[in-house]
Design a protein around this ligand. Structure first.
Ligand code: NAD
Length: 490
């Protein structure tokens, strides 16, 4: 592997101070694909000190925004140049198909290009002042030292949503990727070194959440934490971050409803319901795991889903005909199996899947069959909790009100979909759906220009779009009196 396999701190490639390492496992066959340093609190503190010094020196923040944007856009060019290698690493590390990883790399380059182009578009704003002969202006400045923590499902995509806006706005940062999928993030740090940042602006620490991640959240020299991951971890980070009232951006879990009305285009709705949930083996925060189908088409819809699911081709991400890869780890597979047991105990019916595949070729991988549960009710754990695997639950509804009520019956509010050819009905539903993204006659689409994030326990703040950039800025009001006079109160 032509990769440095080290941490990047203060402009140097380094091993862990402790000398500890961690093996990175291929989820397709459990082979060791790399051995990387296992950093801890000491490495994290060294990276924070470097980022603090680099921020306080003002070296990066004072680079004109036009030039900062050029450097961020250069990262996009380098990602495109090394797209094949990056996609190969992402598929090795996560088990997803190479085609998916290549698509991810295009999206990631787009994110760096979008924020690179946005870097010089905010020159501040003059506001009306109530005082004659004065200037009142509002400017945006970088927040400071940013701790960025990412999950394993879209390792580099999630990292790009954080790196690009933070750098475009002049912050310094410490990135901690998921300890089980660090490879593409390491590679992008090589590319960022090539793009040319002053020492200490970008730092990479590898290691576990309860050491490296917790230190980032606890350390008073960190000004902002941007976290993507599970709700339970998000709550811990919120508590830890209160130590110095850090700014927080949290992208947490989802249990996303997908409502299908009887008047929807049947074939497209079936196709997209499958794609919405089984893409990347269901390991997507916005996966449409709760299918809510109008009663009159319920049986026919389920039949069509089952027929299609039985034909899915599971296998190596590097085989051209593979449609679905393995789950990320043995631990995660065990979690998914537990949820299926819970669904059966609670009285749901398995219409497809519900077990590991029998194909001996897949035995070494963490594979699970695409699983469809029918006879589901909203009180079941399988309907309420995020299994983060290839499982869909199907509920029935009779009226529009009932469909929306079922869709909103969740602690989460990340995303949801509505399928109907009646656009007035779609608009009525969408207005009542409590989610950060709602698709009408589509599912799982996102792009750099539109904000992404959750209502309720799905998170705080937004990534992508202009809002995703504002997360990394502080707002300053500057008032200048051009003709000062005494107030004569005292
Ligand atoms: P996770 O919460 O277990 O871990 C996420 C990251 O947090 C990892 O880097 C981990 O090492 C770190 N971490 C763990 N404990 C920590 C602690 N105490 N302090 C600081 N950091 C800590 O999540 P995961 O299993 O890696 O990812 C799956 C979850 O991510 C799902 O819930 C999914 O919905 C969510 N997710 C959300 C989005 C979104 O955009 N909303 C996108 C992708 C994934």
């Amino acid at each position: 592997m032509n990769l440095k396999l080290q941490q990047y701190i203060n402009g140097n490639w380094v091993n862990a101070i402790s000398g500890n390492t961690r093996e990175i496992i291929n989820p397709f066959n459990q082979e060791i694909i790399a051995t990387v340093p296992e950093g801890d609190e000491s490495d994290t503190r060294a990276a924070i000190a470097a980022a603090r010094k680099a921020f306080d020196s003002g070296e990066w923040a004072s680079v004109p925004a036009i030039e900062r944007g050029t450097v961020v856009r250069k990262i996009a060019d380098l990602i495109e140049r090394d797209k094949q290698e990056l996609a190969h690493l992402e598929s090795l590390d996560t088990g997803k198909t190479l085609q998916e990883s290549l698509g991810d790399m295009d999206d990631i380059a787009d994110v760096f290009r979008y924020y690179g182009e946005l870097a010089d578009k905010d020159g501040g704003e003059l506001v009306n002042s109530p005082v004659s002969n004065s200037i009142s202006k509002v400017v945006h400045e970088p927040v400071g030292v940013c701790g960025q923590i990412t999950p394993w499902n879209y390792p580099l995509l999630q990292a790009s949503w954080k790196l690009a806006p933070a750098l475009a706005t002049g912050n310094t940062l410490i990135m901690k990727p998921s300890e089980i999928t660090p490879l593409t993030t390491i590679k992008v740090f090589e590319l960022m070194e090539e793009a040319g940042f002053p020492a200490g602006v970008v730092n990479l620490v590898l290691g576990a959440g309860d050491t490296v991640g917790a230190e980032l959240a606890n350390n008073t020299d960190v000004d902002l934490i941007s976290f993507t991951g599970g709700v339970a971890t998000g709550k811990k980070i919120m508590q830890a971050a209160s130590v110095n009232v850090k700014k927080l951006a949290l992208e947490l879990g989802g249990k996303n409803p997908n409502i299908v009305f009887a008047d929807a285009d049947f074939e497209i709705a079936v196709d997209q319901a499958l794609n919405g949930v089984f893409f990347h083996a269901g390991q997507i925060c916005s996966a449409g795991t709760r299918l809510i189908v109008e009663e009159s088409i319920h049986d026919e819809f389920v039949k069509a889903l089952v027929e299609r699911v039985k034909k899915f081709k599971l296998g190596s991400g590097f085989d051209d005909d593979t449609q679905m890869g393995p789950l990320i780890s043995a631990e995660h597979l065990a979690k998914v199996e537990k949820y299926v047991e819970a669904g059966m105990e609670e009285g749901a019916t398995i219409a497809a899947g519900g077990k590991r595949p029998e194909d001996p070729e897949l035995k070494k991988g963490f594979f699970y069959l695409p699983t469809i549960f029918t006879d589901c009710t909203t009180d079941m754990r399988i309907v309420q909790e995020e299994a983060f695997g290839p499982i869909i639950t199907v509920e029935k509804f009779r009226t529009e009100e009932e469909a929306v009520k079922l869709a909103n019956d969740s602690i989460y509010g990340l995303a949801g979909g509505v399928w109907t050819t009646d656009s007035a009905k779609a608009e009525r539903c969408v207005a009542k759906m409590r989610m950060g993204t709602v698709w009408i006659n589509d599912f799982n689409l996102y792009f750099p220009h539109a904000p992404w994030g959750g209502f309720k326990q799905s998170g705080i703040g937004r990534e992508l779009g202009r809002l995703g950039m504002e997360e990394y800025t502080e707002t300053k009001h500057i008032f200048q009196n051009l003709n000062p006079k005494p107030i004569n109160w005292f």
